[in-house]
Design a protein around this ligand. Sequence first.
Ligand code: TRP
Length: 325
Amino acid sequence: MAYKRILSGMRPSGRLHLGNYAGALENWVKLQDEFDSFFFVADWHALTTNPSAAFEVQENTIQMIIDWLSAGINPDNPIFIQSQVKQHAELHLLFSMLITKERLERNPTLKEQARDLNQDTMIYGHLGYPVLQAADILIYRANVVPVGEDQAPHVEITRELARKFNQTYGDVFPEPATRLTTFSRLPGLDGRKMGKSNDNFILLSDNEENIFKKVRTAVTDPQKVRRNDPGHPDVCNVFTYHQKFNPDEVDEIREGCESGALGCVACKQNCAAKIAGYFEPMREKRTHYEQHMDDVQDILDSGIKKARQVAEETMDDVHKAMKMG
Ligand code: TRP
């Protein structure tokens, strides 16, 4: 094979926001030319923190995939849904025999999530989250996994499981490498991490009017109270958005903000217009896909087919190595 393979996934969260874009999707779009690429929706994983998420999975999956396609994910890559490739579940079960509960309890991402959710007890499947993730990755024998920093511990567990399986039964799996997303987290409007549950997000599909409504509420430098007060761009969320989506004007904006010549309202207006402009081609593509939902379904169907084929081949090798199944 000419190219190494990457695989990455997202839980189905519906329409994506700028944080999802800067933290993952933008990177996927770049990497797809360099690698044989598999992208999938981790819908079973969505149940670990909320079993009732099942009822929203279908709609959230479609909306998210429309955003992937609109952002430039090439539909010739396999794009698919975890729950439609049942082999992930079988491999997850087999892997669950090769790792201890103590190892999984040391997972820092899990500890963080449990803290955020105020959980003092844990769902069995939540503890096993990285075991399912390892199955997602290894069933396609991916060499590289592009993820954000919070997911790096899961790729480490994946490597351990690959090693353990190979030692126990024979060589079937590569040990995949982590490829960290380079752009640091895009802050939400209020300065916390941008997230759906924080109500501090801008969607890729928001129009200019909505974007301006949202950016208007963004937290800026608290010391810049009046228009002509000198500001500190480095503590301003709107300035971070300018850096990301309006790089050409960054020096000018810094100067204007620091000198007091540029007020926050005008700066926010400009920022909203630049964000809207940046994502306009994607909004247009979204409109196209919304009017051609059959195409989206066809892309998914063929992605699922390709994914199943590869997953089946891997499981054949697994069964042979184990002399079982
Ligand atoms: N855990 C990942 C997240 O929440 C999603 C995911 C599931 C994933 N399986 C994966 C990412 C396999 C990369 C590879 O972001």
